[in-house]
Design a protein around this ligand. Structure first.
Ligand code: COA
Ligand code: AMP
Length: 635
């Protein structure tokens, strides 16, 4: 049966220019585009070439001009500081224009990079929008990354200025940010001209002029800045994400395609109307935070929630329900791990019953595979549709999902439903041919990608081509394996590279291996992701020590755990490592990480035909049993 979805999806693939050209009418353009889609230089496809716009104008000013000035743009809800604050669209315009003026006064202009190292406070969103207002390119770095990771991003993006706050508040911990930022700048070759600090009442950061500038003073003294026209194809932001090595990939997003695509998703994927309250319980440091805390809800004229807290412990597992009731949230978007955390502390959902959740229409989950147990628990207790949708930092919005504003498909547990309009999703074998329906393969997207997706990697066009566009010519390689069933439902099963997903956070095991191998006693190492009831996966390291090392293994393990925390950050959640005599390898020397993961998770596995010495697998199994993994009997 052909429904509205089939019609829209077909049109988006056969006539992308017509489809997205229509969608682009929802955005204010200073100058319309010459061409909707420019495919003259594949695989670097460009959307809305020749068009001029300003993303901040579309997210903020236009709503004030259209009479939404008194509507809440941001509700800041911070149980950790006991604060609830509403910022209207008029106030957001004024604050953003002033802060943009302050940045301009510090020399920031169109095309300059600005790193934002911010906790979940409204100033993080204001800073993002202020950069967009000036045509400067922001790069938000998640607060849970250590100075070393921040330094890598400073060196790669070479920011003119860095914006930070005096501290973050993580549950009951107050974390001063400025010392971490100072350490990062110390470690990096590039030095920003200025550091702008938003002083929070919990901690006062020490400012050393003339480099360091106080946010409040600079904003008060600044003339408000107007929106600067930028090309649709000018970068709006760089967001670094884990690749296969310790060098993160700087995903570059444009202005025009991004605004068009994100606005479109609010109606079609999320079924949200302007004026409604949309809550993405994530962090501005992740892509979900960029797209669905900051840009999409504001482009659509919604109220967005900036929540500074955790699903549990701030103060209890009822905090999500309290926020929904208090602010009349229409849609909640979070990662399954948040629900696993709540379910673990309140399995019978006693706290759900204490709140009025009648405003909530839909729960959206993404960031990692949704386990059916969690999905059922959420459905049974919230009594709203629970929609799994699949996407990546690179894509900026969902590749597949249940398009609530187009046609609502039956939920199949374990599937992120169907490819959204714009996405020509195929499941391929290694020869670039489509596999049969139901067979596992590399989930790939036929080019061109729709608007709003990555344009390239910052300063790394070749890495972009090699990472995503080479192994499957003509397609974007998602790095995810899975299958498509007879009804066209997409199932994402696992990554095909060494990326793991810890509490919905994307991490590179390769990056952790680089840190472990830097330890003076470690000759060789491997890091895998093992199943974890709460976080989905957690990293586990195997260490082979250098000949002659006789130090206590427990001490070495403690040291490598600390190293990962110091160099990557607490967000890596690296707490487990064991010392083994040897690592299992193929005859050509490739470490059999996949087999080790199956052994650790007590899954059945086939002995790899190319294994060099099968005995090593028993040694690995025994070592894992020593820390409670690899139930006996599976080898
Ligand atoms: N700044 C500084 N440190 C941070 C941080 C931040 N912004 N975010 C996390 N950390 C720290 C945590 O405090 C923790 O430190 P610890 O080792 O000292 O305890 C460590 O990084 C690991 O964090 P996390 O993996 O998030 O574990 P957690 O126990 O603090 O919380 C969950 C677990 C499931 C409650 C939490 O991860 C969560 O709510 N996740 C779902 C929402 C989400 O963020 N999704 C992301 C994409 S949609
Ligand atoms: P990130 O770039 O941090 O958004 O992580 C993207 C990766 O998370 C994807 O490549 C998938 O491996 C995984 N992922 C995201 N959403 C889903 C989902 N709904 N189902 C399964 N895996 C997902």
């Amino acid at each position: 049966m052909t429904g509205r979805y089939a019609e829209l999806h077909t049109r988006s693939i056969t006539d992308p220019a017509g489809f997205w050209g229509d969608a682009a009418r929802e955005i204010d353009w200073i100058k319309p585009w010459d061409s909707v889609l420019d495919s003259s230089n594949p695989p670097f496809h460009r959307w809305f070439t020749g068009g001029l716009l300003n993303t901040c104008h579309n997210a903020v000013d236009r709503h004030v001009d259209a009479g939404r000035g008194d509507q809440a743009a941001i509700i800041y809800d911070s149980p950790v500081t006991d604060t609830v604050q509403t910022i209207t669209y008029s106030e957001l315009r004024d604050q953003t224009a002033r802060f943009a003026g302050a940045l301009r006064g510090l020399g920031v202009a169109k095309g300059d990079r600005v790193i934002l190292y911010m906790p979940m406070i409204p100033q993080a969103v204001v800073a993002m929008l202020a950069c967009a207002r000036l045509g400067a390119i922001h790069s938000v770095v998640f607060g849970g990354f250590a100075p070393h990771e921040l330094a890598t991003r400073i060196n790669d993006s070479k920011p003119k200025a860095i914006v930070t706050a005096s501290c973050g508040v993580e549950g009951k911990k107050v974390l001063p940010y400025k010392p971490m930022l100072d350490a990062a700048i110390e470690q990096s070759d590039h030095k920003p001209d200025h550091v702008v600090v938003f002083q929070r009442p919990q901690v006062t950061a020490e400012l050393v002029g003339p480099r360091d500038v106080d946010w409040a003073a600079a904003a008060a003294a600044a003339e408000p800045a107007e929106c600067v026209p930028v090309a649709a194809t000018d970068p709006l932001y760089i967001l670094y994400t884990s690749g296969t090595t310790g060098q993160p990939k700087g995903v570059v997003r444009d202005n025009g395609g991004h605004a068009v695509a994100l606005k479109w998703t609010m109606t079609n994927m999320y079924d949200i109307k302007p004026g409604e309250v949309f809550w993405a319980a994530s962090d501005v440091g992740w892509v979900v935070g960029h797209s669905y805390i900051c840009y999409a809800p504001l482009l659509h004229g919604c109220t967005t929630i900036v929540f500074e807290g955790k699903p549990v412990g701030t103060p209890d597992p009822g905090t999500f329900w309290r926020v929904i009731e208090q602010h009349k949230v229409s849609a909640l978007f979070t990662a399954p791990t948040a629900f696993r955390a709540i379910k673990r502390e309140d399995p019978k959902a006693e706290l759900v019953k204490k709140y009025d959740l009648s405003s909530l229409r839909t729960l959206f989950l993404a960031g990692e595979r949704s386990d059916p147990d969690t999905l059922h628990w959420a459905e049974d207790n919230l009594k709203v549709p629970v929609i799994d949708h699949w996407w990546q930092t690179e894509t900026g919005w969902a590749i597949s999902g249940n398009p609530m504003g187009i046609e609502r498909f039956k939920v199949k547990y374990g599937s992120a439903t169907k490819p959204l309009p714009g996405w020509d999703v195929r499941c391929l074998d290694i020869s670039n041919n489509e596999v049969n329906r139901g067979d596992i393969g590399a989930i790939s997207v036929k080019l061109p990608l729709p608007p709003g997706t990555l344009m390239t990697l910052w300063n790394a066009d070749q890495r972009f081509v090699k990472s995503y566009m080479t192994d499957y010519p003509g397609y974007y390689q998602t790095g995810d394996a899975g299958f498509i069933d007879d009804d066209g439902y997409v199932y994402i099963m696992a990554r095909t590279d060494d990326i793991i997903n810890v509490a919905g956070h994307r991490l590179s095991t390769g990056g952790m291996e680089e840190v472990l191998s830097g330890h003076p006693d470690v000759a060789e190492c491997a890091v895998i992701g093992v199943a974890d009831e709460l976080k989905g996966q957690v990293p586990l390291g195997f260490l082979v020590l250098k000949n002659g090392v006789e130090r206590d293994h427990a001490v070495i393990v403690k040291e490598v755990v600390q190293r990962v925390r110091d160099e990557i950050g607490p967000v890596a959640a690296f707490k487990l490592a064991i010392v083994v005599d040897r690592l299992p390898k193929t005859r050509s020397g490739k470490i059999l990480r996949g087999t080790m993961q199956k052994i650790a998770d007590s899954e059945s596995y086939k002995m790899p035909a190319t294994i060099d010495d099968p005995l090593i697998l028993s040694e690995i199994s025994e070592a894992l049993q020593g820390i409670g993994y690899a139930k006996p009997g599976m080898v």
